[in-house]
Design a protein around this ligand. Structure first.
Ligand SMILES: Nc1ncnc2c1ncn2[C@@H]1O[C@H](COP(=O)(O)OP(=O)(O)OP(=O)(O)O)[C@@H](O)[C@H]1O
Length: 264
């Protein structure tokens, strides 16, 4: 269970550049819930994930994960609680290491032991099986450097690595944004599958309305640092892209178009 209690994040406080990125976010996400997060540019989506991961400190409020107040913990101390996949396929994996070494590192991190031990531990067959399920032929390329893979292939491996972490929380920060539509669909399918298989509590930022509506059981819309829409369960399954735009306008009392939301 993730609980955000009155979370505020202000950058450059007291300066002319002061930006209130999050303004009092109250949010409870039960275990295994898959939440999609949408909103216009600068709405605070990435800051929400950053404050959860600890890479940005909360200016106000508390963050509680599984009953433990993690607000004072730096990012490194939260790493075992959260796995994250970024927009940039180069960000989450090590380009100079092989696929196998990257997987071994992820596994070793999860188990708190060394790289060699993890590789020797007979994990290869398991990785091969998991990679084969992707249908990308990566099971035969365990010795290839990650830098040789396409962006989509790297994101798939990054997702697999995220599931090897001991954490049950997955943060996805526009992880398909840099991919072509077909590859993005493949990565989204894999995301759905892994989230369900491992029962991960997931927050997925997307600029795609199609993804926001098609994934997960709950949808959040952020605007100017606040949650302006929070829809789950049956109500979410009935939502259409038109509903979302209309809802946004109604709640904010503003005229916005697709460009303002940057959703497809
Ligand atoms: N490190 C930072 N220093 C100063 N301002 C920041 C910082 N990070 C984010 N901001 C500002 O906080 C606000 C929210 O940014 P954030 O990146 O969370 O938005 P977003 O919803 O993820 O936007 P986008 O869809 O464009 O990625 C923006 O005005 C942004 O310029």
């Amino acid at each position: 269970m993730i609980e955000l209690r009155s979370i505020a994040v202000t950058f450059g406080r007291g300066t002319v550049l002061e930006t209130r990125a999050l303004r009092g976010i109250d949010l409870s996400i039960p275990e295994s819930e898959f939440v999609t997060v949408i909103g216009s540019n600068g709405a605070g989506k990435s800051t929400l994930l950053n404050v959860l991961a600890g890479t940005v400190p909360a200016t106000e409020g508390r963050i509680v994960i599984d009953g433990k107040d993690v607000t004072p913990l730096p990012a490194a101390r939260r790493a075992r609680l959260l796995a994250r996949v970024f927009q940039d396929p180069l960000a989450g994996t090590c380009a100079g290491l092989t696929i196998e070494e990257n997987l071994a590192l992820a596994e070793a991190r999860g188990r708190g032991r060394g790289l060699k031990l993890a590789v020797r531990g007979g994990s290869r067959a398991r990785w091969r099986d998991r990679l084969a399920e992707l249908g990308l032929g990566l099971e035969n390329r365990l010795g290839d450097r990650m830098g040789l893979l396409s962006g989509g292939q790297r994101q798939c491996v990054a997702l697999l690595m995220a599931t090897m972490a001991p954490s049950k929380i997955l943060l996805l920060d526009e992880h398909t944004a840099a991919l072509d539509p077909r590859t993005a669909d493949l990565v989204v399918d894999l995301t759905r599958k892994l989230v369900a298989e491992f029962g991960l509590t997931t927050l997925m930022i997307t600029h795609s309305m199609h993804q926001a509506l098609g994934c997960g059981s709950r949808l959040l819309m952020l605007h100017e640092g606040r949650i302006c829409l929070d829809v789950g369960g049956e109500a979410k399954t009935r939502l259409t892209p038109e509903d979302l735009l209309a809802e946004f306008r109604r709640r904010r009392g503003e005229e916005l178009d697709d460009d303002a939301l940057l959703l497809d």
